[in-house]
Design a binder for this molecule. Structure first.
Ligand SMILES: *[C@@H]1O[C@H](CO)[C@@H](O)[C@H](O)[C@H]1NC(C)=O
Ligand SMILES: *[C@@H]1O[C@H](CO)[C@@H](O)[C@H](O)[C@H]1NC(C)=O
Ligand SMILES: *[C@@H]1O[C@H](CO)[C@@H](O)[C@H](O)[C@H]1NC(C)=O
Ligand SMILES: *[C@@H]1O[C@H](CO)[C@@H](O)[C@H](O)[C@H]1NC(C)=O
Length: 941
């Protein structure tokens, strides 16, 4: 400070300045460690600027992320571009589940949205509504007649955009395979804006997703949160929700409140994800983590030392030094600083234990454990995680594909909740199609999770676990206007959005058009108390063998359905059965059962439930696959003659599934508990797969009398664009097999099996085919063959995703279709023309084919999903707008299917008793099988 300016000032001011100077000087003497001291005691303005920058950076790196202090006074969403400024919308007469009050608040009334935010909710004063009308000239009013309204569904674990559909090699950007530790990678760098899944997921009410890198690495990289709606800018960056400032580099305003960052980390084991890629074991993994966190810790400590000197004004010690930074490790340093919502993919107790130890060694928190198959077995361990118990993100029933997933349980959400641990249901899209994420929560509810917690598990709980609970996952004024209007109570089966708003912008073009209203109250779910206890006691592998008895009496039975004869499908034979007596696998009396010596026989109360034909499972490798990724537990796949690798000893053999069957597996017995009384399984393979077999999942082994229902069901052939050989080559091979015109050596040997005769005389050929073009080619081939031979070629299409495009041609050719994707998804190019179903299109594939006059059956492809066949059929029933009734829905998974396979005459009259409701309902639970096949009654209670 120079003295001349002071000298020109009046005496009083000079005096005042002197006092001020003295005070400042004294202050500096006593507080030499403060910022002010250095600012005043130091030299150039550049140096001053540099030092204050470093000071604010030192403050920033230790600040806790979160919304800035004035966040809740915002009047407009930061996510809206100018061109996206919306008209205000008033949703009237809604039943609003807000997520507030631990998921217990339900308001009846209205919801007002504008500028991307919720403005008012519940009982909105007319004066406020008028105000909006006046100010904006326009107010869109939608009366929803009491429909349920919830916050948008939030997916804590998705690969949407990075593992996109249809799958093309140029779009497989989920992972890097360059190294196991890659915290510097970012999922946003691979986000494909053209993934067909955005539209589909929004049609299921999903509005926000955390995009995690894939699971090939121990640390896979940084995750980002996006909203799924299309943006005006059409860029990945414009889809982001509250991205961290580090997105654009390290030069940003460090006085801002930091935002949450996100990262994915994985433990694993021999034979499982990262180890498949890098040939590592759990032991390698453990060290990878410790080495990486040690690097990050050293950098953090260096930063802290540097900042300690800065803050104690020891600038001399820092001469020539710069703030310690390493771009590779900065994100992991933020993990150690507790500024990252870390998602850890971790299944088994051994892996969870390793991670909990790691968090305590390096002192960092975990936001969520994902997949987390065994978390329900070790709740006390979870509570030892440094920094607090993470949320647990689960699938509802998708288990057993790997050793680490083998002990997963449908009761895990309930068990964890009973230990006071936060439960999240997640999709891992495309593993579970995220369009049906709410269905994961509905299943968790079915298996006993409290209804409020089930709804929270896909809204506010994941929103909080991703650090976004201040703006999404809940409906209240000031929150983002992400809102879904549902066709029925959101926990009822097949609840479907009538409209979805993201940032206050409607996303469905034909709101509510295609949806019939469903139940408005949550389902009264069955009692699974003893199953829950058994799951924990037996560590995920409870004994599932039924208790077999000779006879039983079912009381309080409502309807009784049976398989009719050839033409009649399934029939309801009694509307109010009351008592149903059964003996040796047959119904012996209905209503009047006085011959039954009560006391001698088991009495099972169905509490108004129904008895319906046992379902037939088709498409899943039940009995051939136990743990899909563990070859020693499976039958393995058959050789493809088109690959030229057929061992000489096999010659012209066609493989039979019956030869590889294994009984007593978890998937098989759970399917039996789910009402599946016949499993039809084909050998696993591509092109010439082999001959399928039909058997009883309830048989203990293959030698049980009548364990096999039909030894040889059909010959299975697959024609696919995803095969190593071209479609025209596959079709040529099929033609040669039919006409005996093979030239190539392999084909000649295949022909020698007299395949054609086997197709003509005994077996229907099932062609696994997705593309409408390939189906058209096959119909032509069928014509050709029939014209040439004068004999019928019996053919059924399975899969058939695009069949709606040629539905009438298929009907005319008398070809049946087995739909194996009840929840359509365009995984591959040849499936891209899906019929999405309500709320996107009026028809589903099944209704479109039925309307064209095609015989339609349904199947499931995933062995762990076979148990859910009843809900898959129910999905068609409840979304068909009344076109499908209960007997038709039953026929889809029984008589229609059997007709498509040509075995309807051979099918036994196996029946399943459901307590509390009927086969398609979340109210019901299968309690027994009346097995004509096995000549006995199998009870599950
Ligand atoms: C709300 O909708 C229900 C069901 O349609 C109807 O009974 C009720 O009268 C409506 N209430 C108002 C205030 O419009
Ligand atoms: C990143 O840069 C873009 C383009 O300049 C800007 O629109 C965006 O707000 C920045 N994001 C962050 C988080 O700083
Ligand atoms: C049958 O069960 C239903 C549902 O639990 C119950 O409401 C009804 O009273 C029962 N009927 C008889 C006759 O017990
Ligand atoms: C096996 O099936 C045959 C033919 O349907 C039947 O006669 C026999 O009783 C069945 N065996 C048992 C144990 O049910």
């Amino acid at each position: 400070m120079g003295s001349s300016p002071l000298a020109t000032r009046p005496p009083f001011r000079r005096w005042a300045h002197l006092v001020l100077f003295t005070i400042t000087f004294v202050y500096i003497l006593f507080h030499s460690s403060t910022f002010i001291s250095s600012a005043f005691s130091q030299s150039s303005p550049q140096e001053f600027a540099r030092r204050s920058q470093i000071l604010s950076k030192c403050a920033y790196i230790r600040a806790k992320p979160g919304p800035p202090p004035n966040f809740h006074t915002r009047t407009q969403s930061d996510r809206l571009a100018d061109s996206e400024n919306t008209t205000p919308i008033l949703v009237r007469n809604a039943t609003i589940w807000t997520a507030a009050n631990d998921g217990h608040e339900v308001l009846t009334g209205d919801l007002l949205m504008h500028h991307g935010l919720i403005k008012a909710i519940g009982d909105i004063p007319l004066s406020l509504i008028r105000q909006f009308e006046l100010k904006n000239r326009k107010l869109e009013v939608i009366d929803v007649h009491g429909a349920w309204v919830t916050p948008g569904i939030v997916d804590l674990h998705s690969h949407i955009g990075v593992g996109s559909a249809p799958q093309l090699n140029g779009a497989g950007d989920t992972n890097s395979r360059k190294a196991p530790i890659l915290p510097w990678l970012r999922s946003i760098d691979g986000l494909n804006t053209h993934d067909a899944s955005y539209e589909l997921a929004m049609a299921g009410g999903v509005t926000t997703a955390q995009i995690l890198p894939g699971s090939a690495n121990n640390i896979g990289g940084q995750a980002f949160i996006i909203k799924l709606r299309p943006t005006a800018e059409r860029s990945p960056s414009s889809m982001l929700l509250e991205p961290p400032y580090t997105l654009n580099g390290s030069h940003f305003d460090h006085t801002l409140t930091p935002r949450w960052r996100h990262m994915k980390s994985l433990t694993h084991s021999q034979g499982e994800n990262p180890s498949r890629v890098y040939g590592m074991t759990r032991l390698d993994s453990g060290w990878n983590f410790r080495a990486a966190y040690d690097s990050a810790r050293k950098l953090r400590d260096a930063q802290d030392d540097f900042c300690a000197k800065v803050e104690s004004d020891s600038w001399d010690d820092l001469a020539g030094k710069i703030f310690p930074e390493e771009l590779q490790w900065e994100s992991l340093v933020d993990v150690l600083r507790g500024r990252v919502k870390l998602a850890v993919h971790c299944y088994e107790a051994v892996d969870l234990d390793g991670i909990v130890r790691l968090t305590n060694e390096f002192e960092f928190p975990v936001a969520s454990f994902h997949h987390a198959g065994e978390t329900y077995l070790v709740p006390e361990l979870l509570k030892k995680t440094w920094g607090g118990t993470p949320a647990i993100a689960l699938f509802a029933s998708n288990f057993r594909k790997k050793r680490e997933a083998y002990r997963g349980s449908e009761f895990a959400p309930r068990v964890l909740a009973e230990h006071g641990i936060d439960v999240v249901m997640k999709s891992d899209h495309p593993v579970v199609n995220s369009r049906y994420l709410l269905h994961e929560a509905a299943q968790a509810h079915y298996y006993g999770l409290d209804p409020a917690l089930a709804l929270l598990s896909v809204t506010y709980t994941p929103a909080t676990a991703m650090g976004m609970g201040h703006r999404i996952g809940m409906l209240k004024p000031g929150y983002d206007a992400d809102v879904v209007i549902w066709s029925s109570h959101p926990l009822s089966l097949a609840s479907t959005p009538a409209q979805v708003y993201i940032d206050g912008i409607p996303q469905l073009s034909l709101p509510g058009h295609y949806i019939a209203k469903g139940p408005t109250t949550p389902p009264r779910t069955p009692n699974f108390d003893s199953e829950k206890v058994a799951a924990v006691v037996h560590e995920g592998i409870p004994p599932l063998e039924p208790r077999s008895v000779k006879s039983a009496i079912f009381v309080n039975v409502s309807r009784l359905y049976v398989r009719g004869d050839d033409s009649s499908g399934v029939m309801c034979v009694s509307e109010q059965a009351g008592l149903v007596g059964v003996e040796d696998g047959r119904v012996v009396c209905v209503g009047q059962c006085s011959d039954f010596a009560e006391g001698d026989v088991d009495t099972v109360n169905l509490e108004g439930g129904a008895i319906t034909p046992g379902l037939t499972s088709f498409g899943a490798p039940l009995g051939l696959v136990e743990i899909r990724l563990e070859p020693s537990t499976n039958d393995g796949s058959v050789h493809n003659p088109l690959n030229g690798d057929l061992p000489a000893i096999l010659g012209d053999t066609i493989m039979r599934a019956q030869d590889g069957l294994m009984f007593g597996g978890q998937n098989l017995l759970l399917a039996y508990h789910g009402g599946v009384t016949t499993a039809i399984t084909a050998p696993s393979g591509t092109f010439l797969q082999g001959v399928s077999t039909a058997f009883s999942p309830g048989a203990a082994h293959a030698s049980v009398e009548n364990a096999s229902v039909v030894d040889e069901v059909a010959l299975h052939v697959g024609i696919s664009m995803s095969s190593r050989v071209g479609v025209s080559t596959q079709v040529a091979a099929l033609r040669n097999m039919l006409f005996g015109r093979g030239r190539d050596e392999v084909l000649r040997s295949v022909r020698k099996v007299s395949l054609s005769s086997c197709i003509e005389l005994t077996l229907i050929s099932i062609v696994d085919v997705e593309s409408a073009d390939i189906m058209a080619t096959l119909l032509r081939l069928k014509d050709e063959y029939e014209a040439h031979s004068g004999r019928e070629l019996r053919m059924t299409f399975a899969g058939a995703t695009e069949a709606h495009i040629i539905a009438h041609e298929i009907a005319r050719a008398g070809v049946s279709v087995i739909v194996t994707q009840s929840k359509p998804y365009p995984s591959t190019w040849e499936q891209r023309r899906i019929l999405a179903g309500p709320p996107i299109t009026q028809e589903s594939l099944v209704t479109a084919l039925l309307k064209a006059g095609v015989n339609v059956g349904i199947g499931v492809v995933d062995e762990s999903n076979a148990r859910n066949t009843r809900f898959e059929a129910g999905w068609f029933l409840f979304t068909s707008n009344g076109f499908i009734d209960r007997t038709t829905a039953l026929a889809l998974a029984t008589t229609n299917l059997e007709k498509a396979l040509g075995i309807q005459r051979e099918m036994p009259q196996d029946l399943v008793a459901y307590r509390g409701g009927d086969v398609f309902e979340f109210e019901a639970k299968a309690v027994g099988v009346i097995s004509e096949t096995l000549g006995r009654i199998d009870l599950f209670v």
